[in-house]
Design a protein around this ligand. Sequence first.
Ligand SMILES: *Cc1c(COP(=O)(O)O)cnc(C)c1O
Length: 364
Amino acid sequence: MKPLEPKANPHIEALQAYTPGEQPQGGGWVKLNTNENPYPPSPKAVEAARAALADGGSLLRLYPSPDSTPLREAAAKLHGYNANAVVAGNGSDDLLNLLIRAYAGPGRSIGMLDPSYSLYPVLAAAQGATVVKVPVKSDYTFDTAEVVKCGAAIFFLTNPNAPLGVAFKVEQVKALAAVYPGLLVIDEAYAAFAGETCADLPKQFSNVVVTRTLSKGHALAGLRAGYALCPLSVAAVLHRVRDSYNLDRLAQVAAAAALQDEAWLSVTVAKIIQTRRRLTDALKALGWKVNESSANFVLAEPVVKGGVASVQAAESAFEFLRSQKILVRRFPNHFLTEKALRITVGTDAEVDALLAAAGVWTKG
Ligand SMILES: *Cc1c(COP(=O)(O)O)cnc(C)c1O
């Protein structure tokens, strides 16, 4: 007799998994679809990982620091925090998951701006929490009062916003923090490319957490490391719900070394911002509609010569770029993004390839 297929919890059976951007395993692609950094990481980060593998990898016999002390201390020093106020995550996605596990669930919803990061609803569904979405306005601002009254136990503010690329003003976020009746999480995945940061807010507000990742600015997406700057009481809660060894030994030391190499970060980010300027201006010169970005990607609406932006035009441009082995990302599920492509700022050569193909498509 065939055994029964086990059924998961009803809310897990109903869950739709997150769809990551395509990660083609063959070579030859210009990959501008998942906001990875096009440059290699700090050599000091690579050296730290290599040092942890010395003596034939003998240290790998031993469990790593349970609370990722090397990474927490480096982050605490960088941002002027007590190390007890910093929690390390296996990527910042791990931290978002821990926050939802601890603060949301049945009867305790999560809130988010719409559009923003589409992982939050998946993490919420896994905990049986519902999602309240507050619309981003068509001028790319949000209404503080709308957020305050959304009733969510935990609200995620992605700043700079993804996929729009725009940054909200620290002054507005601060004003929101002062009146928000739940936990406010500021997801600063793209902070390295923005002019302002909210990294100090958890020092002043007992209901604010800031999450950071090493995946974008620090070029370590393959390592999986992030951290949260927290009020002490929130940090203590997150330590209770995380895995006992949630970061491996290599990730802890490489991420710590990367945070200490501020010179590498400023040089790399300056290059990306320069390329972002060039990409933005060149697409505008083709007649495309482009957001001024505070991140390492631009959201741009393709416009064929003599035409207007449309869903069909965005699909056509996407398919044409794909036929040229250039991958970008589409967000067809929202009226602010359905006519657009999200294009990661790559190297100058990658951006040149994108611009050449975009030029051919635009001329029709
Ligand atoms: C990339 C990204 C993250 C997650 O990064 P990790 O690789 O898990 O550290 C979190 N939030 C947003 C908005 C992102 O774009």
